[in-house]
Design a protein around this ligand. Sequence first.
Ligand SMILES: [Zn+2]
Length: 356
Amino acid sequence: MAQLKPGVVTGKDYLTLVAAAKAGGYALPAVNVSSSSTINAVLEAAAKNQADVIIQLSNGGAQFYAGQGMKDSFKAKVLGAVSAALHTHLLAEHYGVCVVLHTDHANKGLIPWVDALLDHGEAYFKQYGKPLFSSHMLDLSEESMEFNLDECARVLKRMAPLNMSLEIELGVTGGEEDGIGSELEESADNSHLYTQPEDVLQAYDRLSPIGHFSVAASFGNVHGVYKPGNVQLRPEILKNSQALIEKQHKTAAKPLNLVFHGGSGSEKDKITEAVSYGVFKMNIDTDLQFAYSEAIGKFVTENPKAFLYQVDPETDKPYKKFYDPRKYLRLAEQNMVARLNEAFEDLGSKGKSLAL
Ligand SMILES: [Zn+2]
């Protein structure tokens, strides 16, 4: 088994990590973070499970990281992502696991965000000889195929010299995340939620000569957790896409690096099936947001007076040990770690860290 230095992995090491996951039949959870507390919880969970992990920021998560009080919200989205990346670069190696640093959905309006992150990435590369992020995502699935691939090609040309990878989206992931995505239509045919293998082939033809990329293909997956029954997961779409590229380009098995968006609330057998078709990354956000908040809600419910009084008006008991934010944020982190234990288990990546 290949071994890597612990810490943020980029370039060749990133490719090794992806290849090992696909060959080993497992995938890494990609966790949306928005604070140092959530980043640390992900690192803790990865270390505990001896598993490698993907840390990613949406534009909203990045903005929150910089502070929602920052006047220039675009600047906050850029600097928040940079700040979270620097935090992770500094700490990840000390947790003893490999970490992929990534940014989530950028639609047409957020292309300038990705370009600004690449400005920072190029400056960082000049100084340290490696990129700031392992990869970025462009989600132009709501635009024409031509615009989608033209922009992906342009951005990948900027990223390839930095040894970065690009995640693209073909077909529309249902549900909404940070205002990006489309509404689920109840009982509509939802055929736009399924990627066509021919589109994947077109993307492969266009992008593989330029650099490394991965594909978020839609197979009925949705962002968020909804009542079951609205959309049917059809992982065979992933299998058919792999088979088409294999045939057309005479490649080895599973030439595509596939990404599963909207992993929260998915049936376990569909997760396993999707991973077997070359999914190396599964995004999980909603379930972890709930785990984090659930622990805080429980603590407040059990200790209501500590959140009303600094000192109990009847017993004179001081409540500082309860309302100190570290107390309940730690409980939130621990519950997030517990939910992540399950994710590593489901994705088969527990105990599979490549870190030395
Ligand atoms: Zn997504």
